[in-house]
Design a protein around this ligand. Structure first.
Ligand code: ATP
Ligand code: MG
Length: 314
């Protein structure tokens, strides 16, 4: 079981949509549990769960009650992906943040839950946890429980600054908690080759000691298809375009997400057997390949240096 948290200290960079789509792809081959630790409950909504459902049990019940895993795991909210389960969130998690401040061992609550329920949770190959952009008590719990943290940034200096702040602040908390280093990757999302800024930003990241080794070479393009995954409550691997152009656009974005999974695999954070096989299973294109979106300062066919790289944009 690998626990991967998605975070940063800038809002709206694509944490939730990236997690949702990577989780959906992985669920073709693995058992995946999504945990929504964001009181905005976007991941819960993306998965098609209505927080107005009376009696909905959420992550709050882990922090403030004594919920067992089986009480709060909702199985297969997306029928096409039976291996994808979720622990939902709700707005009430905002109050939880305040309520747990005086608890003894307050940063360990989620870790303890995972340990106490290890028999049940060991059935998952991956647990993906979504956060909002802060380092409050709930998110400290998340990052303390995570084997790896993927920082998601969009192509803006404010967003990169958010990632740098995260690294600096989490480092001091992590040391206090005696948690081994776990910031694993920096993923660039919402990339549009037409932006002049992209080139400058890439140069900045590559010149930055702290960020350089974290930066994933695969980037995610700006695409309305990512928005559609949210609207249709379907990750990119089961999203269906309604026109040929849309289907091709879906395929290109799917290829970009698979590129990210492959790179996480290369770095040892993700154990996907053969990510290429993910193409065929649900794809209306039956395995057709698109060009993946990759950064490379030298031979950059698809990187920031060359606008055509981001043809992925539709
Ligand atoms: N690559 C992309 N192309 C187009 N739209 C995108 C892309 N990535 C994210 N979006 C859209 O941007 C918006 C913000 O994305 P998302 O909710 O995933 O960000 P977030 O980092 O989770 O935000 P928050 O910090 O509030 O949790 C959403 O409407 C989402 O659909
Ligand atoms: Mg979010």
């Amino acid at each position: 079981m690998k626990i991967i948290a998605f975070g940063t200290l800038k809002g709206g960079t694509g944490k939730t949509s990236t997690l949702f789509n990577l989780g959906g792809l992985l669920a073709e081959q693995h058992k995946v549990l999504l945990i929504d630790a964001d009181p905005q409950f976007n991941l819960t909504s993306n998965a098609g769960i209505s927080v107005t459902y009376k009696g909905l049990r959420t992550l709050k019940d882990v922090f403030e009650g004594s919920a067992a895993a089986d009480d709060i795991i909702y199985k297969s909210p997306i029928p096409q992906l039976p291996n994808l389960d979720i622990i939902p969130s709700s707005i009430q998690l905002t109050a939880t943040e305040l309520n747990i401040v005086n608890f003894a061992g307050r940063e360990q609550i989620l870790r303890n839950f995972i340990q106490d329920n290890s028999d049940r949770l060991q059935e998952y190959d991956y647990i993906f946890i979504d956060t909002n952009p802060n380092l409050g008590m709930i998110n400290q719990n998340v990052f303390n429980a995570a084997d790896a943290i993927v920082l998601v940034s969009d192509v803006s200096f404010n967003s990169i600054t958010g990632a740098e702040f995260f690294i600096a602040l989490w480092e001091s908390i992590r040391q206090r908690l005696r948690k081994p280093e776990n910031v694993a990757a920096l993923l660039l999302n919402n990339s549009d080759g037409r932006l002049k800024l992209a080139k400058e930003l890439l140069a900045y990241v590559q010149g930055n000691e702290q960020l350089r080794h974290l930066l994933l070479q695969n980037v995610l393009p700006t695409s309305v298809q990512v928005k559609n995954t949210e609207l249709d409550h379907k990750p990119i691997n089961i999203l269906e375009g309604d026109t040929t152009a849309n289907r091709e656009a879906v395929e290109r974005v799917r290829t970009a997400f698979i590129g990210v999974l492959n790179e996480l695999k290369e770095r040892g954070y993700c154990n996907v057997k053969n990510a290429k096989s993910l193409y065929g299973k649900f794809s209306r294109f039956g395995g057709q390949r698109g060009s993946s979106c990759r950064l490379s300062p030298t031979s950059c066919r698809n990187g920031f240096n060359h606008a055509p790289a981001f043809r992925n944009r539709d």
